[in-house]
Design a protein around this ligand. Structure first.
Ligand code: AMP
Ligand code: ZN
Length: 117
């Protein structure tokens, strides 16, 4: 289940390079190309779902796999004790730019308030 026009499907296929940090049969984690913090990793399903709602409706077990990989990445990146943030921008108001569901794993410095004023 891939979308030929989707940037992250192309990363899964290896057609666009990425810096991989973790991989399972169904999940890929790679470094964000424009990191907002010392640790900034994206965790995605290899199959294409546009957003968290589509993923949760179609395959809640896969949604759980993403959370497990996110936690593993946080530990591997050494921020599990210092703290980290997990978020998925969704839709226009949520600031979603890539419509292939992804969790941001961010940490490595104090991240400040959850939202800009
Ligand atoms: P969002 O705005 O939540 O949809 O997040 C999309 C993220 O993808 C942004 O943080 C971008 O920096 C990141 N991004 C865009 N292109 C690439 C790429 N080729 N490799 C890694 N990350 C990317
Ligand atoms: Zn995709």
């Amino acid at each position: 289940m891939n979308d030929a026009d989707c940037l992250f499907c192309k990363i899964v296929a290896g057609d666009i390079p990425s810096t991989k940090v973790a991989e399972t049969e169904r999940v890929l984690a790679f470094r964000d190309i424009h990191p907002k913090a010392p640790v900034h990793v994206l965790v995605i399903p290899k199959d294409h779902y546009a957003n968290t709602a589509a993923l949760a409706a179609a395959d809640p077990a896969l949604a759980g796999d993403l959370l497990a990989v996110a936690a593993d990445v946080a530990a591997a990146e050494g921020v599990d004790q210092s703290g980290w943030r997990l978020f998925a921008n969704t839709g226009d108001d949520g600031g979603q730019d890539v419509y292939h569901v992804h969790f941001h794993v961010v940490g490595g410095k104090p991240l400040g308030p959850m939202l800009a004023a």
